[in-house]
Write a protein that binds this ligand. Structure first.
Ligand code: SF4
Length: 550
């Protein structure tokens, strides 16, 4: 049966309502004004909000909206001073020299949810059409099968078996002369576009880190109240030094802090649980001393594309460009992606305005975006970190020798480029029989919360009776192969308890049970599953976390 679908048409459509897209849409409207062009610009965003909490280098914001201060930009704090610590199991040692890329003094601490809302209001005032709650389900191509013509949004009102209910509404085709993919790290449409058109065939594989984050309400008198340092980063415990990752704490407004822990998904041990690592980090005496007396008010999880320069795919193709984290544009040594993501959106907008003016939206014409990016301040920043992720994935002394050489040679290091494995390839086979996961952490439900309370605090909502948005391509492989080989790592790497291993009491048969409505949309499973047997697709529009501050 063919479904009748409505369609609408834009000059430019941004897929994903994060800050890269919003900066791009605002810049495009500015360009339209400068060139006296009439442009119809749209943004679709799958969730009602998008969130995270971060330190932002304000350079791109200053260029986009120089008067951002008078426009009431929601800034939580300005970084007064950085503290960089090495943690052992019981102690914290302040590292006397903060790496130059992590000098954050003067940068802005923002809630990405609030910042994106503020940019969204400015974009709407300038005439951008924003559609929250619209999930992109499929990339649309022209008759040649390779020119991008827009995206199809997901159907609403299907039951769990995919049958139309009485309230069924078919998704619509949103057509655009240029489609801008800015869905964030491991966006499902960007992933399918990159695969179909081979946009990363000349690149190293993209790699990721999973971050679990919280906002904690502290008592009025707290560690940061009179401290010249309000930005803390840690390395070491609990992950150790072999796997990339570490913790952070930033001061926010009103006696709140953002706290989080990143785990590099190149880890080998199938027993690793990023959520448990975060809890161990919070229990470290140095960290616990900072957060004691506090209460978690919001929690969330997301992945960061951390591969750097050599993992960035071709950014333009016929009718489409990739921006921000969807393209892996991230300054990994500095742990920052917002300013480079925003700038990539702004430069894409400049190339799009010119392409629309010339009436030539071919890949060759849109390639100007890459040239603009390479000529901008983004390139030297990202290029300097070009071998950082592969060095960080190494173990022992080798890691420090490569990192040291890169630090001294501004990124070149000993081998350039260093090879890099995809995250799904790195798990080591279990030597002993897998043990069932047991959650034996001590939670108090207030400062220490378990995974399900964390899901509740992320305000995640999905309509229960809908097709699963986590597609297991071969369920039998999970039991027959993945369980004996890796002990079902999905039951650990998922921070939301979406995957559970069940044993039938009568037959003794194991099966994987899914709880898709818990999903935080972090994409860890899509990335780390060793058989690439899990495909994350967008659930019905509006489903997902409802972050307001993290
Ligand atoms: Fe993240 Fe996948 Fe778990 Fe959802 S199911 S929370 S995307 S790991």
């Amino acid at each position: 049966m063919t479904t009748e679908r409505d369609s609408i048409e834009f000059d430019a459509l941004f897929v994903g309502g994060g800050v890269s897209s919003l900066a791009g849409a605002i810049r495009l409207m500015q360009m339209a004004k400068e060139k006296a062009m009439e442009l119809e610009v749209g943004i679709i965003e799958k969730g009602s909000e998008i969130g995270s909490h971060s330190i932002m280098n304000p350079i791109a914001l200053q260029e986009l909206l120089p008067d951002y201060d008078s426009l009431n930009c929601p800034i939580e704090q300005t970084v007064r001073g950085d503290g960089f610590y090495y943690l052992t199991r019981k102690k914290a040692w302040r590292v006397p020299m903060v790496p130059r890329q992590m000098h954050n003094q003067g940068f802005l601490i923002i809630s990405l949810a609030r910042f994106a809302r503020w940019l969204g209001e400015i974009a709407e005032e300038m005439g951008v059409n924003i559609f929250p709650g619209f999930s992109g389900q499929e990339v649309l191509y022209g008759e040649d099968g390779k020119t991008v013509t827009g995206v199809r949004t997901g159907d609403n009102g299907l039951d769990a078996n995919g049958k139309a209910k009485s309230n069924f509404e078919a998704g619509i085709d949103i057509l655009a002369k240029v489609t801008v993919f800015g869905e964030g790290a491991r966006g499902n449409l960007s992933k399918s576009l990159i695969e179909k058109l081979g946009l990363s065939s000349q690149c190293l594989p993209q790699v990721y880190e999973t971050g679990i984050k919280e906002v904690i309400q502290l008592p009025e008198e707290n560690f940061f109240s009179h401290n010249p340092v309000n930005d803390i980063h840690t390395m070491g415990y609990p992950l150790g030094l072999n796997v990339p990752g570490g913790g952070f704490l930033y001061q926010m407004k009103d006696n709140r802090i953002a706290i989080g822990y990143l785990t590099g998904l190149c880890y080998e041990d199938p027993g690793i649980d990023p959520y448990d690592l975060f809890m161990s980090f919070k229990r470290h005496p140095f960290i616990f001393d900072i957060i004691k007396g506090g209460r978690v008010v919001e929690q969330g999880a997301r992945t960061v594309s951390s591969g750097g320069h050599y993992t960035i795919p071709r950014l333009a193709t016929d009718g489409a460009v990739l921006i921000g984290a969807a393209a892996g544009i991230h300054n990994t040594p500095a742990l920052k992606g917002i300013h480079v993501g925003m700038k990539s959106g702004m430069l894409a907008a400049e190339a799009i305005a010119e392409a629309l003016e010339k009436k030539d939206v071919s890949g060759a014409s849109l390639e100007r975006y890459r040239r603009l990016l390479d000529d901008s301040w983004v390139h030297p920043e990202i290029y300097e970190g070009r071998n950082f992720a592969p060095a960080l994935a190494m173990k022992g002394m080798k890691k420090w020798i490569h990192l040291g050489a890169q630090y001294l040679s501004k990124g070149r290091g000993i081998i350039d480029p260093l090879p890099l494995d995809a995250d799904y390839e790195t798990l080591r086979v279990l030597n002993t029989a897998p043990t069932e996961t047991t959650d034996n952490m001590d939670y108090d439900g207030s400062l220490m919360v378990d995974k399900l309370t964390g899901v509740y605090l992320s305000k995640t909502q999905h309509r229960e009776d809908q097709p699963s948005h986590l597609i297991i391509k071969d369920p039998q492989l999970c039991i027959d192969t993945c369980y004996p080989t890796y002990g079902s790592p999905c039951t650990r790497f998922c921070p939301a308890k979406v995957y559970e291993l069940e044993t039938d009491e009568i037959t003794g048969q194991r099966q994987l049970k899914l709880n898709p409505s818990n999903c935080l949309h972090c994409k860890t499973c899509d990335i780390k599953d060793p058989y690439q047997n899990i495909n994350w697709v967008c659930p019905e529009g509006s489903g997902g976390p409802g972050y307001t501050t993290v």
